[in-house]
Design a binder for this molecule. Structure first.
Ligand code: SF4
Ligand code: SF4
Length: 350
């Protein structure tokens, strides 16, 4: 681990230099707010952004991704044989990712990269990606990251963590991948390790003090799934919810997807697309039977998966990094913080 300082003029030059080796992704503002997008060759990341509407999850798990293809041309020997689509897995770097969004990638990894199974598309993208984090000095009002195992200067799953110090960045290089990116950019002005760490600690404590929103999760592990299933608050939540799915699309830890096949002239393709457990179609079987056919079942599934099933299965905390996007975006003001606290406090009535 080492620290370097990067003058902001050199930052721009270094980032431009890195484009020869890396595809760059970063915050870009448009009329819909700030998104983490692939940067065109003449676009610099907007490192002064406050919050992003969407996280960086699409860098590894695109909203639509071609995964298989086949030729339908019967004159070819291998016609109708599905093969892995040729996607681009050249090195990429995500600039300015928020620490809680990097932590979300670590949680999602538990699903896509297990001991038994590896999702080749997600894993290949993950292997070539460098995560350059940007510490949060002005946490938003919906941020409750400190109560769910992350925070404004959390280093989990980052390769570099930057602190914005007005005219320059102080960068903490956390992994060899991060080091290789810094070398490619030509960032090599070493900073004193001890002093830099003290500064990072001060910034982290200051930012953490400004996060006043929190959830209680200490009793979730002790609850039984069956007891929680029977809680009466699910009906009230389902009554309000319109099943729009917004909360799942903006969430950095949601990974539901659907598979679609398409044929165009003499080519067939298989795509995977983001989907949502809030949609009745998501679980409808070909027979017409739907194991989660009612709204209350779907609403309960979303919160139980995030706050109970995931916790029990992996013992790595809840499947939520406290970014607050779903709270901010829900059109009917359903608030995962309230649901979490209700689940945590729930006692079955005998
Ligand atoms: S954003 Fe709100 S209304 Fe829409 S599915 Fe999620 S909880 Fe329901
Ligand atoms: S559940 Fe909501 S607060 Fe938690 S990570 Fe997802 S969007 Fe963020």
């Amino acid at each position: 681990m080492k620290f370097i300082t990067i003058d902001k003029n050199n930052w721009t030059k270094g980032i431009d230099k890195s484009r020869e080796t890396y595809q760059l992704f970063g915050p870009v503002k448009d009329e819909n707010g700030c998104l983490i997008k692939k940067l065109d060759s003449d676009v610099q990341p907007d490192m002064g952004y406050y919050e992003s509407v969407m996280s960086a999850k699409s860098v590894l798990f695109p909203q639509t991704e071609k995964i298989l293809s086949a030729s339908l041309d019967e004159s070819l020997e291998d016609h109708h044989i599905m093969k892995r689509a040729e996607n681009d897995y050249s090195p990429r770097a995500v600039l300015g990712i928020r620490p809680y969004d990097a932590k979300a990638i670590a949680l999602v990894k538990l699903n896509f990269d297990t001991k038994e199974f590896q999702d080749p598309y997600w894993c290949d993208a993950y292997d070539v990606t460098v995560f350059v984090g940007l510490g949060i000095t002005r946490p938003g009002p919906f941020d409750f990251s400190t109560s769910v195992g992350t925070g404004p200067f959390c280093e989990d799953d980052l390769d570099i963590l930057l602190a914005d110090l007005d005219d320059h960045y102080l960068a903490k290089i956390l992994t060899p991948k991060g080091d290789a990116f810094a070398i490619t950019c030509g960032f090599d002005t070493m900073a004193d390790e001890k002093e830099s760490q003290v500064l990072f600690d001060i910034l982290r404590k200051e930012a953490e003090k400004n996060i006043t929103s929190r959830v209680e999760i200490n009793k979730l592990k002790d609850k039984t799934i069956l007891d929680l299933h029977e809680a009466d608050f699910w009906d009230d939540l389902a009554f309000s919810c319109i099943n729009c799915g917004t909360c799942t699309y903006v969430c950095p830890t949601c990974w539901c997807f659907d598979i679609q096949d398409e044929a165009r002239q003499k080519q067939a393709f298989r795509f995977r697309n983001w989907d949502t457990c809030m949609s009745p179609l998501f679980t409808r079987h070909a027979t017409g039977h739907n194991p989660r056919g009612t709204k209350v079942q779907r609403v309960r599934q979303r919160f139980m998966h995030k706050l109970k099933y995931f916790l029990d299965k992996y013992d790595q905390g809840i499947m939520c990094v406290g970014c607050g996007r779903c709270v901010k975006s829900c059109p009917v003001n359903i608030d995962i913080r309230e649901v979490c606290n209700m689940m945590n406090a729930y006692e079955k009535q005998n």
